[in-house]
Design a protein around this ligand. Structure first.
Ligand code: GLU
Length: 492
């Protein structure tokens, strides 16, 4: 409930102009959690009024991202609700009505300026070192003239901003933020195609949909004075605002593609678990207390509170996400873990590998993989070696590089062959294989860690992976020895 005892209603209002990124979904998650923590409703509204920037696949990606994480909406696309439709492009009469009432009140006006004229105006402002902004030419037109020109000329509708004094935003996270009105511009509210801009759309719909808390990213804070003035001019009650902190990269600069700002669903493709992602996003700007680091979605939605969201930028730390993912992988029960391995193997193993993946193989590697997997996409490359007679293809240089030089590679492989050949099939288990390989240290006069990666390459086609002794046992005596012989022949 809100202070005036209306039920809490929050929304996520994405523009379908591309796949949602981490920051967008963090806004969705916090809005959703606030509604859930307060027994309220969470809405999904699609702000699709910028017709030039629409991306066909976005809506699917938005809904898929939310569903993947378990963020459910009570009203919105595919669900409907009392405020249907939830696509702004289907709500144009509402915005036109609001625009008309503002024109009638003298708080908005039609602007007939052509783009050429606006370009000249901006160039002149730049040359005179004046701040950019609409110069008010059409604000001075009489109503009669405006009505007459509207019948024959295209126009946009601008909001007549109050340019005197200050506009004060009271924000749940940022506190009081003061904006100087003289710096404000008569922004476009309705475009020449009749669609509203974001500012009008968001104010009309947050009101009509009875949103009590507008929770959104800090990048929207500069729009707040426009919205506050719009609410006042329309005589409507604004929602409570909460601007969530920006997300920075580890370099404390704006998050970039390189520092992790990619489509949320890319994380799913790369093998992050939804539990890890939720846990990670939850702490981008919020904390439960000063020590809790692991939190489930249920705990999050129960405890989320805007009072514990900080105003300073949050830092996106991929190592933390990897750590959390590893944590949730290790928490998985055996059944789910085996199913996950099977799924990722079926999906990612190269075509040369035979299918279906045998359950017995999965069962035996499952515990070994669990300790070593940071992302599910690591699984197939780590187990590929188990699925064919020969080791996966590898450049012979990889093996020589691991040994240091070709002569050492030959020595390692020869000694390995003799040592392992001495272990009979009936004794082919981890302790015996381990003893045989450790015994090579004396014969080679080399430390285990110096030559172990040569054996990894020979057996698995890659210099590291799941534990070597276990892998050699899993391969079986014949295959393991054959792979060493093949590698030996290839080195020369
Ligand atoms: N349509 C805006 C966006 O794409 C919504 C901003 C808001 O929540 O007010 O993020």
């Amino acid at each position: 409930m809100t202070a005036d005892s209306r039920p809490v209603r929050t929304r996520y209002a994405p523009s379908p102009t591309g796949d949602p990124h981490v920051g967008n979904i963090r806004s969705a998650l916090f809005s959703w959690a606030y509604a859930r923590a307060n027994g309220g409703a969470f809405l999904l509204r699609i702000e699709d009024t910028d017709r030039n920037r629409l991306v066909e696949t976005s809506l699917g990606a938005i809904m898929e991202s939310l569903r993947w994480l378990g963020i459910d909406w009570d009203e919105g696309p595919e669900i409907g609700g009392p405020h249907e439709p939830y696509f702004q492009s289907q709500r144009l009469p509402l915005y036109q009505k609001a625009a008309a009432s503002l024109i009638d009140k003298g708080r908005a006006y039609r602007c007939f300026c052509t783009s050429e004229r606006l370009d000249q105006m901006r160039a002149a402002q730049a040359a005179a070192k004046q701040p950019p902004g609409y110069d008010g030419t059409c604000r001075r037109l009489s109503r009669e003239e405006s009505d007459a020109r509207a019948r024959r000329e295209p126009f946009v509708v601008r909001f007549a901003m109050d340019k005197e004094g200050q506009t004060v935003l009271t924000d749940m996270i940022r506190g009081e933020v003061v904006f100087e009105n003289k710096l404000q511009d008569d922004f476009v509210m309705v475009k020449s195609d009749g669609y509203p801009t974001y500012h009008l759309g968001v104010v009309v719909d947050d009101t009509e949909m009875e949103i009590t808390h507008a929770i959104r990213g800090d990048e929207w804070i500069s729009s707040a004075p426009k919205h506050i003035q719009l609410y006042a001019a329309l005589g409507w009650e604004p929602p409570v605002w909460a601007h969530l902190p920006l997300i920075h990269g580890p370099d404390h600069k704006k998050l970039s593609k390189r520092s992790g700002d990619t489509a949320l669903l890319d994380y799913r493709t790369n093998g992050y678990l939804p539990e890890a992602m939720i846990n990670f996003l939850a702490f981008l700007g919020w904390s439960l207390d000063d020590h809790t680091a692991i939190l489930s979605i249920d705990e999050f939605k129960q405890h989320f509170d805007l009072a514990r969201v900080v105003a300073n930028p949050a830092v996106f730390d991929i190592d933390r996400l990897n750590y959390l993912n590893g944590h949730y992988i290790r928490e998985m029960d055996d059944h789910r873990w085996r199913r996950t391995i099977a799924e990722w193997c079926e999906k990612d193993l190269p075509d040369s590998v035979k299918r279906p993946v045998e359950p017995a193989v999965i069962e035996s590697v499952a515990p070994l993989l669990k300790e070593r997997t940071a992302k599910l996409a690591d699984i197939a490359p780590m187990v590929e070696f188990l699925f064919s007679y020969d080791a996966p293809e590898f450049p012979v240089e990889t093996l020589i590089e691991r040994a240091g030089d070709a002569a050492t590679a030959v020595r390692v492989l020869d000694v390995a062959l003799t040592s392992l050949d001495a272990v009979p099939d009936s004794a082919w288990d981890v302790p015996n294989v381990e003893a045989a390989i450790r015994g090579m240290e004396g014969a080679l006069d080399l430390k285990l860690r110096k030559f172990v990666s040569v054996l990894y390459v020979a057996e698995m086609g890659r210099p590291q992976g799941i534990p070597l002794f276990d892998s050699i046992v899993l391969l079986g005596r014949e295959r393991a020895l054959q792979r060493i012989r093949t590698a030996r022949l290839r080195v020369g």
